[in-house]
Design a binder for this molecule. Structure first.
Ligand SMILES: Nc1nc2c(ncn2[C@@H]2O[C@H](COP(=O)(O)OP(=O)(O)OP(=O)(O)O)[C@@H](O)[C@H]2O)c(=O)[nH]1
Ligand SMILES: [Mg+2]
Length: 506
């Protein structure tokens, strides 16, 4: 580093004190008395009990190993099973206010707790940019080592995505495991993945992350493959004598990635079929998207009566749930819950979850849920829109659903309403605003576009039924010959109604 002053930024008065590891430069996040209860709140006793079994099961299975059998023999590069027990959080804050910095650290603390760890201390440093060698300023590494020792922490979690060399350098100095935010999020996903597809997606993301870091896991990696090559290591097509361990590992990871991609493709096939089915019948679809913990699953439950898991935890939902539901006038549509987003969602995860996220991009309407009681709802809206853009969903009509109105500051709600004119204020908890939200959704669902005028004989009650569910009725009259109906239907249904068309007489 050339600028000697790198560690001493005092951009404005309130930040002056953050230039050193003194008391003012640290925020200690006591998990039990966070500045906002919503961060660490106990599960609400009034919460619907649907999904409770799944919840219990999840808590029991907290420490799922993130990688399974096939990679077990990659001993040196074994993806560090994040046995995060007692952790110290470290951040480097480069721009924005102190409040922003503290929100970011609070979120990191929540993520760490979600992964099952206990946060002992959280500290951050104001800096123009992270140090290329050690992330925090080199002068501060000693201080961090002392904190680690004093608290008895076994892991340091950095609030960003670090280069392998930064992780290694820090590890050498602080003598405990050092991981970054990306690894932490991947670990949470690994713990929460339940369906075969979800597990494969997470594993794919982990392997991509790990592959880029093969060199980072210590000197022993460059060692040549010795006598202890397993059965699948030295067989047909096995590497030549000069192939190093790291090459072997990389090749195995690539093989595994290819295998997962194939499996995921097959699983996607099944889902695509279902989706095409819906599209063929032109069933409109609504996707619920939003920041993690915004209340997406709660909203789906409220809007459709689905018994989806709700948990005061980040990334409770990984598997998308789709529910069929009907408008008050009887039209059928679907509503899906999906994985939550977060600032700097690891791109490996977006990549791996792309097929799941495509459903959001393909929907007719996105309900963008934002937690009105969060300290930085605008930041969440922006982070979610960034991901939506990345998955090609920016063109889909969006209704902003400002949730948790029961817990939010009315001034914040007013501010959000002003900023997001196309929005509705609700509380999935109390039911406030839900009827209004539903009315807007029904109004914005795509309308069938083919006009028809048919005389349906009474034995075609099935067609009349379908008109009720999929079409729109403008007029209906029972006559001696059958029911005369006028209205609009989708292509499919209009085609079938053509056989009974009333020929206009001039
Ligand atoms: N006070 C209040 N809490 C709510 C409301 N809606 C949801 N919550 C709580 O917020 C937490 C998260 O709710 P979920 O529905 O699981 O949120 P999610 O967006 O599906 O979260 P992930 O799936 O983890 O991304 C739970 O503790 C809910 O009880 C609300 O309207 N008011
Ligand atoms: Mg959820």
């Amino acid at each position: 580093m050339t600028h000697a002053n790198a560690d001493n930024f005092s951009l404005d008065d309130e930040l002056e004190a953050t230039s050193d590891w003194d008391d003012d430069s640290e925020i200690a996040l006591d998990p039990d008395s966070g500045p906002d209860d919503s961060w660490t709140g106990e599960p609400d006793p009034e919460e619907p009990t649907a999904g409770a079994m799944e919840l219990a099961e999840r808590h029991q299975l907290r420490r799922v190993a993130s990688l399974r059998t096939e990679l077990e023999d990659i001993s040196e590069v074994e993806y560090r099973q994040l046995r995060l027990e007692r952790v110290v959080l470290v951040g480097v804050w480069t721009d924005g206010s102190v409040e922003d910095a503290e929100n970011s650290m609070a979120e990191l603390a929540l993520l760490a707790e979600t992964a099952g760890s206990e946060v002992l201390e959280a500290i951050y440093q104001r800096r123009q940019a992270p140090d290329p060698a050690t992330y925090i300023g080199r002068g501060k590494v000693e201080g961090l080592a002392e904190i680690v020792q004093a608290t008895g922490a076994d892991t340091v979690i950095c609030d960003g995505e670090l280069a392998p060399s930064q992780l290694r350098n820090l590890e050498d100095k602080v003598k405990v495991k050092v991981v970054d935010r990306t690894a932490l999020i991947l670990d949470i996903f690994a713990q929460h993945a339940k369906s075969a597809e979800g597990q494969a997606q997470v594993e794919l993301a982990q392997l991509s992350y790990m592959k880029q870091r093969l060199r980072g896991w210590g000197g022993s990696l460059s060692r040549q493959a010795g006598g202890r090559v397993g059965a699948d290591g030295g067989g047909i097509g096995g590497r030549g004598p000069g192939e190093t361990k790291i090459e072997t590992d990389r090749r195995r990871i690539n093989d595994k990635i290819a295998k997962l991609r194939r499996e995921l493709k097959a699983m996607k096939g099944t889902r695509d079929t279902k989706r095409q089915d819906r599209q063929r019948h032109q069933v409109p679809s609504v996707a619920i998207a939003g920041y993690t913990n915004a209340g997406k699953s709660s909203l789906l439950n409220r809007l459709t009566g689905a018994g989806v898991l709700v948990e005061d935890s980040l990334f409770a939902t990984l598997d998308p749930t789709t529910r069929r539901t009907t408008t008050t006038d009887g039209r059928i549509y679907t509503m899906s819950d999906t994985v939550g987003f977060v600032r700097h969602l690891p791109h490996q995860l977006i990549e791996a979850f792309r097929s799941t996220l495509e459903e959001v991009a393909d929907s007719d309407l996105i309900l963008h849920v934002v937690d009105g009681s969060h300290p930085d709802p605008e930041g969440q809206l922006a982070a979610v829109r960034e991901v939506l853009a990345e998955i090609g969903a920016s063109q889909v009509p969006e209704l902003v659903v400002i949730n948790k109105a029961d817990a939010a500051d009315p001034l914040v709600i007013a501010r959000l309403r002003q900023r997001e004119p196309h929005s509705v204020v609700v509380s999935a908890k109390t039911g406030e605003g839900i009827a209004e939200a539903l009315a807007i959704v029904e109004d914005e669902l795509p309308r069938p576009h083919v006009e028809f005028h048919a005389l349906l004989p009474y034995e075609r009650g099935d067609l009349l039924n379908r008109i009720h569910q999929q079409g729109e009725i403008a007029s209906l009259e029972h006559t001696g010959d059958g029911t005369i109906v006028r209205g609009r239907a989708n292509d499919d249904l209009a085609g079938e109604l053509a056989a009974y068309a009333v020929v206009p007489v001039d």
